[in-house]
Design a protein around this ligand. Structure first.
Ligand SMILES: Cc1cc2nc3c(=O)[nH]c(=O)nc-3n(C[C@H](O)[C@H](O)[C@H](O)COP(=O)(O)OP(=O)(O)OC[C@H]3O[C@@H](n4cnc5c(N)ncnc54)[C@H](O)[C@@H]3O)c2cc1C
Length: 292
């Protein structure tokens, strides 16, 4: 346990000032966005106090916009601002997840960049963003990098982020064709972290009877949030039927690696993953205009 005192807290009003602070402190400065996770770690003594750069007052980091078919979400946009943004409403896989994160107080402060920086495999917002093939835009004073979210979290609680970089924004493309998405979660307590969470995003062909593309991603079943390639492969090109959805949902257990913990046994989580995959898929297909 480390309980060293807080040294300095900065509140820059523009991006360059924030990046300059990160560069000047050569890796010892920590970014604070909503403070929901970092302040907990600090209070519990898991994080040594150094220099803190609070990015919540930088206007460009809270912007949400669609430009040329690409949705841009600034890293400091809160869950609540996403929930009420017209730009986000077409992406029900994302809005479903936003509605079930913790409680309104946490959603008013917690940010998309804070979630991705925290890199917990149980975060509700990550599977929907994986289904949307999101990219993470990273900035330092010298460089802008764009990393696919699927490569951004490769290990438990670890993000591909240098100490002089911050997450600037998250982007994803508008979806072609008839599409629908859904996020399903089971939690041991109301408003709690997911025991398992499953996101599904489908694109149907013009007849609304064949799945032309599908993405399934899960939270809380491994070291990072993950996609389910076995399930996806079995569904792409298939005619929509309850039988094919049920059979494919059973395949999800091949792609996950849940652990026994206080929220449930690995066996229970594997079972839940199958049940929630089926539920999310049915909802996503119906939202895309298909009928089940
Ligand atoms: C009581 C409680 C219940 C919760 N329940 C849920 C739940 O049910 N589902 C769920 O998904 N989540 C839940 N959460 C977690 C919540 O989603 C995260 O705390 C929140 O998203 C983190 O965002 P933040 O802006 O508060 O991040 P902060 O706490 O400010 O930062 C988190 C980490 O990210 C880094 N960081 C922040 N912004 C950036 C950036 N722009 N660039 C680089 N690094 C950055 C920080 O340095 C820190 O390491 C819960 C949290 C609490 C406290």
């Amino acid at each position: 346990m480390n309980s060293s005192p807080l040294q300095s807290y900065h509140l820059p009003l523009d991006l360059v000032s924030a990046l300059t602070l990160l560069a000047e402190h050569e890796g010892s400065a920590k970014i604070v966005a909503g403070g929901q996770s970092i302040m907990l770690l600090l209070r519990q003594g898991f994080l040594s106090s150094e220099t803190f750069v609070d990015i919540s007052c930088i206007p460009e980091l809270s912007e949400i916009a669609t430009i040329d078919e690409v949705v841009y979400v600034g890293a400091a946009a809160t869950y609540s601002s996403l929930e009420s943004s017209p730009e986000i409403q077409p992406y029900s896989v994302l809005t479903d997840s936003l509605h079930v994160i913790a409680d309104p107080q946490i959603r008013n402060l917690g940010t998309i960049g804070g979630a991705l920086g925290h890199a917990d495999p149980s975060l509700d917002i990550v599977p929907p963003l994986l289904c949307l093939d999101a990219n993470v835009v990273l900035k330092s004073l010298d460089e802008t990098r764009i990393v696919s979210l699927s490569n951004f979290h490769q290990e438990y609680m670890t993000a591909d982020l240098s100490k002089d970089e911050l997450i600037h924004s998250v982007t994803f493309n508008n979806l072609p064709g008839p599409h629908g998405g859904a996020y399903e979660k089971v939690s041991n307590v109301e408003g709690g972290w997911p025991t398992v969470g499953v996101a599904a995003q489908v694109v149907l062909d013009d007849t609304l009877s064949i799945i032309s593309d599908v993405k399934i991603a899960l939270a809380a079943v491994g070291d990072t949030a993950i996609r389910s390639p076995c399930m996806e492969k079995s569904l792409i090109g298939s005619v929509i039927s309850m039988d094919s959805i049920s059979k494919s949902s059973e395949l999800v257990s091949q792609d996950i690696d849940p652990l026994d913990d206080l929220s449930g046994s690995a066996e229970y989580k594997s079972h839940l993953a199958g049940v929630l995959s089926k539920r999310a898929l049915i909802k996503a297909i119906n939202r895309a205009g298909g009928s089940l």
